[in-house]
Write a protein that binds this ligand. Structure first.
Ligand code: SAH
Ligand code: SF4
Length: 353
């Protein structure tokens, strides 16, 4: 993990720091772990949004923070609600003027936040609007955490609370591994927002070194791997990184993860009519996953400007599921959310304003 560099001239963004890192920084300033904890609580329990507002701290520490620290601010540019009221999409501006999208979705009365980890994405999956826009930059830990603080404030206005977080917004989280993990460590810290890891799902396109690294680390969130093809040829048509990490390597890494962490993996499959929804392809997927502790999430294709495919029709979806069941593989069809406001899976593409 990248270390925090301290220079007098550059303010340090407190939202970028885990409690351990904040403690280390505080100690270099001459303050104890107790003071670091007070700052952390002010950030994540009290929701302080301005370095001039740490009024619960001793005066000299308030002064120090006002001079040497900054916080992440995400400015809302647009907020739109889907017609059914179950999805809200926010376009948020970062400090450098780049924009990202963060989505709130309601399932059975509970809110889930879909957060971004990058501006754009380098992976280039053909049916994904984020992939179609290319890669601009990684988000900082504070920009990832900031999205959760932002949606928490939005929900608090109506007396509601956030239940789940999915790392399924713009970007490939394992391509921005260190910042994403630092953000998860901040979000799950008991002294702060204390979000239960089982309420967090991270979705990856299948970055093999990242999956192997996760297998060695104890972060008990849920892992989802996007497959979309069960042979290398099929997968490479849709997911360019499949050329770098062939299926045999990817599935081996997944097996290592499930065995070391004793946890199953969700596999995502965007269902595209006549592209990857035939009975033969369902059988190929069944065979591929037979020896992995897995659950398949099927996502009928959402429309994007840069891709012409159509979603699989309901009877074919059912048939696909029935074939997977023959191999003992459970599957669910992802509930559609926010399609009318382009906030569904793969539709996120921040407008350049
Ligand atoms: N980069 C990560 C997470 C973001 S995308 C990943 O690819 O896994 C979240 C899910 O939406 C992925 O499974 C992705 O393949 C899927 N997806 C992308 N574009 C889609 C589209 N147009 N319709 C349906 N699902 C899509
Ligand atoms: Fe990136 Fe995921 Fe979209 Fe592929 S599907 S381009 S990895 S965001």
């Amino acid at each position: 993990m990248q270390t925090i560099s301290l220079t007098e001239s550059q303010p340090i963004n407190l939202h970028d720091l885990t409690l351990a890192e904040l403690t280390a920084v505080s100690q270099t300033w001459g303050y104890s772990a107790y003071h670091a904890e007070q700052i952390f609580v002010a950030l994540y329990r009290d929701g302080v949004t301005d370095v001039a507002h740490f009024t619960n701290l001793r005066n000299d520490l308030q002064q120090k923070l006002a001079e040497q620290a900054t916080l992440t601010t995400l400015r809302q540019q647009i907020a739109i609600d889907s017609s059914d009221g179950l999805t809200r999409k926010f376009l948020l501006a970062l400090a450098d003027g780049q924009t990202i999208e963060t989505v709130l979705m309601q399932f059975k009365g509970r809110w889930t936040a879909c957060v971004s980890t990058q501006v754009g994405c380098a992976m280039g999956c053909v049916f994904c609007a984020t992939g179609q826009m290319g890669f601009t930059r990684h988000l900082t830990p504070g920009e990832i955490v900031g999205q959760i603080l932002f949606v928490n404030r939005a929900l608090a206005q109506t007396g509601e609370t956030l239940r789940n977080i999915v790392f399924m917004g713009m970007g490939e989280p394992l391509h921005n591994y260190d910042h994403t993990m630092r953000a998860i460590d901040i979000l799950t810290d008991h002294k702060g927002l204390a979000i239960a890891p089982r309420h967090i799902t991270l979705s990856t396109v299948g970055v093999v070194p990242g999956i192997l690294r996760l297998a060695e680390e104890e972060r008990p969130f849920r892992l989802a791997v996007s497959l979309h093809g069960a042979t290398d040829a099929d997968r490479q048509r849709l997911v360019p990184p499949a050329r770098r990490w062939p299926l045999a390597e990817l599935i081996d890494a997944c097996r290592v993860y499930t065995q070391k962490r004793n946890r199953h993996i969700f596999f995502e499959w965007t269902l595209i009519e006549d592209e990857n929804d035939t009975p033969e392809q369902a059988h190929a997927l069944g065979r591929l996953l037979q020896t992995v502790d897995s659950h398949v999430n099927l996502i009928p294709l959402n429309p994007t400007l840069g891709y012409n495919g159509r979603p699989t029709q309901r009877p074919q979806v059912k048939q696909f599921q029935a074939i997977l069941a023959e191999y003992g593989i459970p599957s669910t069809v992802r509930q559609r959310r926010g399609i009318d406001i382009a906030a569904g899976c793969g539709q996120l593409k921040a407008a350049q304003l």
